[in-house]
Design a protein around this ligand. Structure first.
Ligand SMILES: Cc1cc2nc3c(=O)[nH]c(=O)nc-3n(C[C@H](O)[C@H](O)[C@H](O)COP(=O)(O)OP(=O)(O)OC[C@H]3O[C@@H](n4cnc5c(N)ncnc54)[C@H](O)[C@@H]3O)c2cc1C
Length: 511
């Protein structure tokens, strides 16, 4: 362990942001100590869990960035272990697989002639009698696609992901994401020949040569570590330790003490022994959810700052990894479950992400993903109840027989998504106005650390900038790191899929 506390940087959280900060500091020969509450894994939401040799993610994690620097860092650490994988992901509805992104011919074929006629009739009805003006997401999408298509392809999944009725979500937001598209345009797009995209690679400057090409590339393939995203962060932690920097697991930050306008120490509780100790340093980097960080500060910030932090909201997530005694259940990397009769929202098929994730090729490990709020019925159900639910829903969807599911394990991920409601920007501003001048040696970075829909790449970039500020005395602004979602995922507006940045806004309308 590095003893030089006078230069040491104390990093709270060993997710992508915390570990990237430590790695960058090591490049600048600055010592760090990273404190992680999880007793087993580094990587945070980007960790890869392992049970009985089966590895699985908290939601599949594609590796893609517009930033060449981030791409290079992944390549440097993972080398040949960073695979290029083909992508297949479809929508599962009423026992049928619909191509995703939607293709008119495939959708019509799957729905059959009767449902197709009904959908077209409902679309014509919507064109003749549109909602004027559409007051919410439901009315806006119905105007563009008709009520029937809205119900099949938009309503159920959106409501599963966000836990909010589509009547309470903003129409503006849908309009922004879907832009001018409606059923007529979608059918024209499917029938008319498409322009072939050029190369999808980013230049050395990280700029896109052709945005449509990148989206096309992302639709077809992505990079993914052989042993899951956690492999990246396990390796970074190894390198840090080899360089003499401590990455301490099972160390929960309990308090962040400050005095005379500087953070002086953090108080940590050791998971195994329950002992409480403190760690001092010259600079501090937090990736903790802002709401939690504010409550850990001693002395406490002004009441208005605490009140603002208490208003920041999160959507939570749990995954049930089910091992099935079958070599293949479906070939996709993941599928979206639009069926309203089940609670599961999405299913990952980990061996389609990488064959190295599953130790026995005669079996399959599926991640059944449920979107929830901490403390609600799903979240609070026992692991046994949840595994039983997973087994039941797999059978109900016709994926496999109950006796084929060998075992399952539940992983709960609190604060998976920072919620972008109408008020979050105002609350963040109150917090930043106080914390930045009050505690200049404390940097907030990462996803929940900044309450930003950052993917790994943006979480990493905020950390790189904060580390450089400390190491070189520069004044980069991590809050300016771009969080535009468009390039990462074709604009699927109804879920965060992998980008985590496509949260709809609440509608400001009376119901
Ligand atoms: C379902 C889903 C799918 C996603 N898919 C993708 C994808 O395909 N590609 C992609 O690039 N990104 C994806 N992301 C986003 C990615 O997971 C995050 O951007 C990234 O993990 C954020 O890194 P972070 O270090 O800021 O935060 P986190 O990953 O949240 O790490 C924070 C760390 O701090 C620790 N911590 C918290 N409190 C304390 C405490 N009191 N004391 C000590 N430690 C503490 C946590 O245990 C955690 O390890 C996805 C996210 C979700 C939810």
């Amino acid at each position: 362990m590095i003893e030089d506390a006078s230069r040491r940087v104390v990093i709270m959280g060993a997710g992508p942001a915390g570990l990237t900060a430590a790695y960058e500091l090591m490049r600048h020969h600055l010592p760090s100590i990273t404190l992680e509450k999880d007793p087993r894994f580094v990587g945070g939401i980007s960790r890869t869990e392992e049970h009985r040799g089966y590895r699985f993610d908290i939601g599949g994690h594609r590796f893609f960035s517009k930033s060449q620097e981030v791409e290079d860092l992944w390549t440097e650490v993972l080398g040949d272990d960073l695979l290029v994988r083909g992508r297949l992901s479809r929508i599962f509805y009423q026992g049928k697989y619909f191509d995703y992104p939607l293709k008119a011919s495939n959708a019509l074929l799957n729905m059959g002639p009767l449902e197709t006629v009904r959908c077209i009739a409902s679309y014509i009805w919507a064109r003749i009698h549109p909602y004027r003006p559409p007051r919410n997401l439901e009315e806006w999408v119905t105007n563009q696609f008709g009520q029937r298509l809205f119900r099949i392809f938009f309503k159920t999944y959106t409501e599963k992901v966000w836990g909010i009725s589509t009547k309470d979500l903003s129409a503006d937001w849908a309009a922004q994401r879907i832009k001018g598209l409606n059923l007529t345009e979608a059918i024209k797009g499917a029938l008319l020949p498409q322009r072939k995209p050029k190369s999808g690679k980013t230049g050395k400057d990280g700029k896109l040569a052709d945005r449509s090409a990148v989206i096309k590339t992302l639709i077809d393939e992505f990079r993914y570590p052989k042993h899951g995203p956690g492999q990246m962060w396990e390796r970074v932690a190894e390198r840090l330790r080899a360089g003499g920097n401590l990455v301490a697991l099972g160390q929960q930050v309990q308090a962040v003490r400050h005095c005379g306008g500087r953070v002086t120490e953090v108080v940590v509780r050791d998971h195994a022994s329950g002992q409480v100790g403190s760690v001092t340093g010259a600079h501090f980097i937090s990736t903790l959810p802002i709401r939690e960080l504010i409550h850990k500060l001693e002395p406490a910030p002004p009441p208005a700052v605490v009140a603002a932090a208490d208003q920041l909201k999160y959507r939570d997530f749990l995954t049930i990894a089910m091992v099935i005694n079958r070599s293949q259940v479906f070939p996709d990397n993941w599928i979206y479950i639009h069926d309203p009769s089940v609670k599961v929202g999405r299913m990952q098929n980990f061996k389609a992400w990488s064959p190295y994730m599953t130790p026995d090729d005669q079996t399959t490990c599926l991640g059944l993903e449920y979107f929830c709020f901490e403390g609600d019925g799903l979240w609070s159900a026992s692991d046994e109840e949840l595994v039983a639910l997973g087994r039941r829903e797999l059978a109900q969807l016709g994926m496999c027989k109950p006796e084929e599911t060998l075992w399952g394990v539940v992983v709960r991920q609190p604060k998976a998504y920072p919620v972008y409601d109408d008020e979050y920007k105002r609350h963040l501003a109150v917090i930043r106005r106080w914390i930045e001048p009050a505690l200049p040696n404390l940097a907030l970075v990462g996803r929940n650390g900044m309450h930003h829909y950052n993917n790994q790449d943006h979480s990493m970039m905020t950390a790189l900038l904060a580390a450089r500020n400390i190491a070189t005395g520069s004044h980069f602004d991590p809050w300016k790191v771009n969080t535009d979602a468009e390039y990462h995922e074709e604009a699927r507006f109804d879920d965060d899929d992998t980008s985590g940045r496509q949260m709809p806004k609440l509608a400001n309308v009376e119901k």
